[in-house]
Ligand binder design. Structure first.
Ligand code: AMP
Ligand code: MG
Length: 418
């Protein structure tokens, strides 16, 4: 197929899937590890499976405040009488033998004596002297939490490659793990390119632009277990770009730049990468974000992202996310998407996979989606208003109101690209 005005087919552009697979193939996971105190482990990536060295809970205990009772048989009855022989508090167990027709007052989490076969909640018990009377049926094992009910000894509780979250921290603590083996943090740096760019603490003239991409990247990188290095802004001059690339690539595992990656007279990134390192590819059949250079400078992986802010976010979500996850030892899982009905037609030309910015709603259990506004790759405000991407395959040409489309909600998307 030739490139013409009816489609956007470019024979030199890789598909999104091919580009992703090339990225993941060339990036190796980090191997070095470190031991961190549990409190500092949030967001870090586990470097080994965590097996439980014990049952949790490790003793038979009560799920209620009430009475642990010892019944001789468990046939249903409508009245029981037990003699109360002691008390069992959480952390202060009753250690003596409990015989048939005896009971022990027990608090939630208190140890249930071995011979007891049910716990009756406090509210269902009548106390008369040292006796308790229960006039409802008692089921065997009711309100008892058994050893290993939560986690069994030798179970693999968390797997290598998992990013530790709040619940994981609770689980690790319940296993008594004070220090956790995690992967070291890759160092990720970035700089912006462009003669028009001004740093945010300086006044701006007409024809200049505040450098917003570095702040976008600061934000986008926050959730990763990495060390961030900001290398500032560079002018559109081959020697300046090369100098900065050399300096930054020596200090990072992964380097990102924005701008200067297209085919304009002021676009030096691709040539600089060619001269200093290796270009793996530089064009992807995706919109926004077709010019995107991926390669390596010595040991440092490199992404030359487009300059337009929306393209930065989309290509970051699609490609850089997968690269960072792999590099930091995380598992990449398939993307989660849903099907929604389009509320108004969308324009598209054949040849590139598109990620339109959309607003997803739910009405009577059905999903609906519409464009979040102007779709130019410079229009960051329509990304601000969006809560999903509408993913449209390369071959799709026209999409009408009422058509079903694939939608990737932002809340589900970020960790789920493969
Ligand atoms: P480029 O890819 O360098 O041709 O840039 C494409 C568009 O993105 C131009 O309109 C640039 O002004 C804009 N742009 C590039 N870098 C930045 C940046 N760091 N912050 C804001 N806009 C930028
Ligand atoms: Mg530029």
């Amino acid at each position: 197929m030739k490139d013409n005005c009816f489609n956007e087919f470019d024979p030199n552009a890789l598909s999104v899937e091919k580009a992703l697979s090339r990225i993941l193939k060339s990036i190796a996971s980090k191997k070095d590890t470190e031991l961190v105190p549990l409190k500092k482990s949030y967001g870090r990536v586990l470097a080994k499976d965590i097996k439980s060295n014990q049952n949790i809970p490790n003793y038979k205990n009560s799920a209620m405040d009430g009475y642990a009772v010892c019944m001789d048989d468990t046939k249903s009855k409508d009245k029981y009488t037990f003699r109360c022989v002691g008390e069992s508090f959480a952390g202060r167990p009753y250690n003596k033998n409990v015989k048939v027709n005896e009971a022990v007052k027990v608090m939630t989490g208190g140890m249930v004596p071995n011979s007891c076969n049910a716990v009756v909640m406090k509210e269902l018990v009548k106390n008369i002297d040292d006796k308790i009377i229960v006039d409802t049926n008692i089921f065997k094992d009711q309100n008892i939490r058994f050893p290993g009910e939560d986690i069994k000894k030798n179970d693999t509780v968390l797997t290598k490659g998992k990013q530790i979250d709040d619940v994981d921290m609770g689980i690790l603590a319940s296993l008594g793990q004070a220090n956790i083996l995690v992967y070291s943090r890759p160092i990720i740096g970035f700089f912006s390119t462009g003669d028009e760019l001004v740093s945010i603490d300086n006044p701006i003239k007409i024809s200049q632009v505040y450098d917003s991409n570095r702040y976008l990247l600061h934000g986008l990188l926050q959730k990763y277990p990495i060390e961030i290095k900001d290398f500032g802004v560079v002018k559109d001059k081959l020697t300046s770009v090369e100098k900065k690339l050399t300096l930054a690539s020596n200090k990072c595992d992964l380097l990102l730049t924005t701008g200067g990656v297209s085919v304009g007279d002021a676009d030096f990134i691709k040539n600089a990468l060619k001269r200093l390192g290796k270009v793996n590819f530089w064009k992807i059949a995706v919109k926004p974000g077709r010019p995107l250079a991926f390669g390596k400078i010595k040991k440092c992986f490199f992404f030359g992202l487009p300059g337009n802010p929306v393209s930065v976010v989309v290509t970051f979500n699609l490609f850089v996310n997968a690269a960072i996850r792999k590099m930091s030892g995380q598992i990449n899982s398939p993307s989660l998407s849903i099907t929604a009905k389009l509320q108004s037609g969308i324009k598209k030309r054949k040849g590139r996979k598109e990620y339109k910015r959309g607003i997803l709603t739910i009405n009577n259990g059905k999903f609906f989606v519409k464009s979040s506004g102007a779709q130019g790759s410079n229009i960051l405000s329509s990304l601000k208003d969006a809560n999903c991407y509408i993913e449209l395959a390369e071959y799709i040409e026209r999409i009408k109101e009422g058509d079903n489309v694939k939608v990737i909600p932002f809340a589900l998307s970020s960790d789920h690209y493969e």
